[in-house]
Every structure is written in C-alpha cells, then in structure tokens.
Design a protein around this ligand. Structure first.
Ligand SMILES: [Fe+2]
Ligand SMILES: [Fe+2]
Length: 198
C-alpha cells in the first residue's frame, strides 16, 4: 500500500469528521420533524466518536493529527461551504425549506463520510501490525454507523422533498423504520415508499 496516501486518507477523514460536527450543529437548528431532530442528535454524538477514533488512529500510525495537506484544506472548505449553505437557508425564513437544505447538506457530507470509512476498512485489511488492527477495530463499529448515517439521511431527504411537492410522503422514511444498513436494504426501503404512493 502507498503509505503517503493512507496518511492523506486518515487526515482527510479526520478533517471531514470535524466539519461533520459543525454540519450537524447547523442542521439541528433547522430540524422541524422531531424524529429527524432525534436522529441528527444521535449522529452528532457518533460523529464526535469518529473524531476520537481517528485521533486514535493517528496515534497508532504515528501521524500528526494537525498536519496540513492540500487535500485536507479542500475537505475543510467543502465542509465550511455546507455549513454556510445551511445558515443561508435558515436566514431565508422558511423553516421547511431550511430543513430540506440541511437534509441535502447532511447527505452530501455523509456520502464522503461513508466512502472514507469504507476505505479505512480496506486499509485495515491490507496493512499489517498493531496499526492495522487499530484501524480494523475502529472501522468495525463505525462503518455500520456510517451506513445508517448515509442511507437514513437519503431516505429523509427524498421523503421531505416528496412532501414539499404535495405528494404522499412516508415519514419517518422506511430506511429509518426498517433500520437499513445496506445498499440493498435502502433500495427495498425506497421501493416500499414508492408502493405507498402508487
Ligand atoms: Fe463519521
Ligand atoms: Fe457519518
């Protein structure tokens, strides 16, 4: 494996999780649906745990967690742009519209978050030694949480949009009710929502 790129992945992931905390803090101020608020509060706590896990991974791999890399700056900028978009929507004064924007920004953030942890898991599988074991142990629990973050958020985003269009929405989305944690499960959940609309 290319160690430099493993380092870039860990540091980008750490930066993205730090940005994720701010995205969830901003999003929570826009959450109208009580279940969505509950869900995002849980994801915020889990995201804090992901920061701690990545700081631990840095220590295990001998990486300085404050080290600046060009890719890291890009991740930071994207995170800040998502927070800014949520704040802009909130300032617009339409709570439902702001909730939708926040939901879209969460989906965008969780898409990279999900990818990061899939890749970290692969690193754990292909590296050897104590550092690899630490990565595997962290990815074991966190990858599951990232599945939930991404698939459930996509469900919320779709159904809130559907509701805003004046169509029948399934809220909370089937992804959350069925506790979906796989892409296949997410496809089935979406189908279930479509059936309700037929
Ligand atoms: Fe995360
Ligand atoms: Fe996440």
């Amino acid at each position: 494996m290319k160690n430099q790129q493993v380092e870039a992945l860990i540091l980008q992931s750490l930066e993205h999780e730090l940005g994720g905390i701010e995205v969830y803090q901003a999003a929570l101020q826009c959450a109208q649906h009580p279940r969505l608020k509950q869900e995002w509060a849980q994801y915020l706590e889990e995201t804090r745990g992901h920061v701690a896990a990545l700081e631990g991974a840095c220590a295990a791999l001998g990486i300085d967690p404050r080290q600046e890399l060009p890719g890291r700056a890009v991740v930071r900028d994207v995170g800040a742009a998502l927070v800014e978009a949520i704040q802009l929507a909130r300032a617009g004064g339409d709570p439902s519209a702001a909730q939708l924007v926040a939901c879209e920004c969460v989906v965008l953030a969780e898409t990279k978050d999900h990818l990061d942890w899939e890749l970290i898991k692969k690193c754990g599988e292909h590296l050897s030694g104590a550092a690899a074991a630490a990565l595997r142990a962290a990815a074991e629990t966190i990858e599951d949480q990232e599945d939930e973050h991404l698939y459930h958020s996509k469900g919320w985003c779709r159904e809130l949009w559907v509701q805003s269009l004046g169509l029948t929405a399934v809220l909370p989305p089937p992804e959350e009710v069925q506790k979906v944690k796989t892409a296949i499960g997410a496809a089935r959940a979406e189908q279930a929502a479509e059936k309700v609309r037929q």
